[in-house]
Design a protein around this ligand. Sequence first.
Ligand code: ADP
Ligand code: ZN
Length: 621
Amino acid sequence: MDKFTALKQYFGHDSFRPGQQALVEGLLAGRDVLGVLPTGGGKSVCYQLPALLLEGTTLVISPLISLMEDQVAALEQMGIPAACLNSALGAGQMARIAANARAGQYRLLYIAPERLAYPGFQALAADLRVPVVAVDEAHCISQWGQDFRPGYLASADFIASLPVRPAVAAFTATATAQVQADIVRLLQLQDPVRVITGFDRPNLYFDVLRPKNKLNTLRALVGQRQDKSGIVYCATRANVEKVCAALQADGIPATRYHAGLPDAERRRNQDDFQFDRKTVMVATNAFGMGIDKSNVAFVIHYNMPQSLEAYYQEAGRAGRDGTPAECILLFAPADIATARFFIENGGENSALTPEERQTVRRQDYRRLDAMVAYCRATRCLRGVILDYFGQPHAEQCGNCGPCKAEYSRQDVTVPAQMVLSCAARIRQKLGYPVGETLLVGTLAGGHDRRIRELGLDGLSTYGLMKTIRRGEIRRLVEYLEEQGCLTRDTHGAIQLAGRAGEVLFHGEKLTMPLRAGEEPVLSRRKKTRAAQDVPGQPEDDSLLAALKAERMRLAQAENVPAYVVFSNAALADMAARRPASLQEFLQVNGVGAVKASRYGKAFLRVIARWNAEHGQAEPPA
Ligand code: ADP
Ligand code: ZN
C-alpha cells in the first residue's frame, strides 16, 4: 500500500497537511526526522502512517499516560493494532502485552520515558524489530523548554542500546532555535530531515479583553457558548475553584483540574471533560499536555500566562479539528505581578546550576515582556504571535479582535487637561515630579498616607477625577504618554512633555481610539458588551445535531470519547455531503475504511431519516 492510499484508508484524510508528507517520506526512507508543527498541526500521522507501512513495531515515547491511552484508543478505532506500556498496568496485563508484542501483533507500542530504563523493557525492545522510535513532545528533553522532564534524557541511551539503530523521529510544537538544537544534540539525531511548518492556525480567532470585572465577563462569555466545549485557564488553584463554582452556579456543566486535587478526582474530571459529560474545564496549566480533544471550541484565559509560547500552546488546544474556534484572554495589569511572582518563586529546578538558573530567569522575564506586549497590542494579534515565532505574515489577518474591531474615537481633551495640570501642579509644589501611583491617587482624591504627607490633598487638582476609577485614569495617562504629552523617566516619574502645552493652552483636541464594545474611558456606565459573533457560518443545526447525538450514543456504547468516533470536522463534512451509501460515506473527510464499516450504517440511517423528515431526497450539489 502506498502512503496516499494508507492516509485515506486508515486516517480518512484526502491529502497531507503542510510538512506531513516530507516527514513521512523521511521515515519511510530510514532517515531521522525533526518535525516542528504547531499544536493541532497533525504530528501523530507523521509517525503513525510510517508505522503502518514499515515492517516491525514502532516505539513511541510519550510523556503522559492519558495521552497514550487516547492515542491507542484512536488507533484501534482506525483498525491499527497498538498498545501502551505504563505504570498503571498490572503485572498480568503487562506480560500479556509483552507477549503480543513479541508475536509482532502491534504496529505501534507507546511507552512512558520512565520505562526506558527498566531492564525488562530493554530486553523486550531488543527482541522486537523496531523501524522507528518516535519521541513525542520532544522539547521535554530540553531544560530550556517549557516542560523539562529529566526522564526524557534516557531516550538517547535507550536508542543506542537497541541491536539495530532505528530511525529516530522527534516532534514538538516549541519553536525556539535553542530548544530545537537541544533536541538534535540530546537525541543524537543524525542528519535529520527538518520540517518546521508555519505556526499560523487560521481557524483560531484571537482576542484580548480588559474587563473591569473578569468574573462577570467570563460568565457572560461562557454563557454565550453554552452548547460548546471549552477550557478556562486560571493562574492559580484558588482562581480555578472560584471560577468553576461561579460557572456551576450559572448552571454551566463545568469541572476543574489542578495539582491540588487527589489523583482519582483529577482523572475523573478529565474524563468527564474528554467524554463531553462536562462541557467546560476550568484548570491551571497543569491541565493540558495530554489533551488532544479535537472539538474544543474555545479557550479562555482568565489570567495572562507567563509567556507567549505557553499562551499559544494552551490556546492552541482549541479547534484542533480545523473548525472555527476562539482564543480569548482576559487581561488585567495585576496579572503581570502574578506572573512575576511565579518567575521569582517558580519551581527551582534542582538539575540546574545557580548560573543556569539565573539565565533561565532572565529568559523568563524576556518571555513575560513579549506576553505583556501581546496583551497591550492594538494591532493584529496573529501578527504579534507570528512575529514572535519569526514567521512572515499579512499585515491584517481579518480573524482577530483588533482586525475585526471597529474603532471610534472619543474626545478626551477635558480629562486630559485635568491630568496634565495636576502633573504640573505637583511638580510646582514639590519641585520634583512623582510616579504614576501618586499622580493617579491625587487625581482620584485618594486618602493614601503619602498624599497627605506631601500635602498633595491641598492642591486645587486634588480629587478632580474622583468619580473615575483609577484603572481608567491610568489608561488615560498611558495614552497621553503615547501621544507625547507626558514622559516617564527611568525612575517612573512623570512630567509634562512637548505636546502638553498645545493641549493645555492652545485648544488642541485629543481623541482616543475606542474599540467597539469597549467602554469609553472615564465613563461609569455599566458595560454592555454586545453578544459576540462566533466566527464561521451558522451550522446546519438539525442534521449536525442529529449526527452529534448519534456520535454520542456510539461513543457511550463503546466507552470512548466522542471525538474518537468522528471529529467535529468530519461530522460537519458529513452534514454538508449527506452521503446516501457507504461508497459516498467514504468520501467524507476523516472517514477511513475501518470507521466506515464500523459506523457507516448508523450514520447513514440518521441522514436518511433526516432527509425524509425534511423532504430532501438529494444531497446538495
Ligand atoms: P498534534 O500535532 O497536536 O499532535 P494531531 O496529530 O492530534 O495534532 O492532529 C490534530 C487533528 O488534525 C486531528 O483531529 C487529526 O485528525 C487532524 N489531521 C491530521 N492530519 C490531517 C490531514 N492530513 N488532513 C486532515 N486532518 C488531519
Ligand atoms: Zn488579525
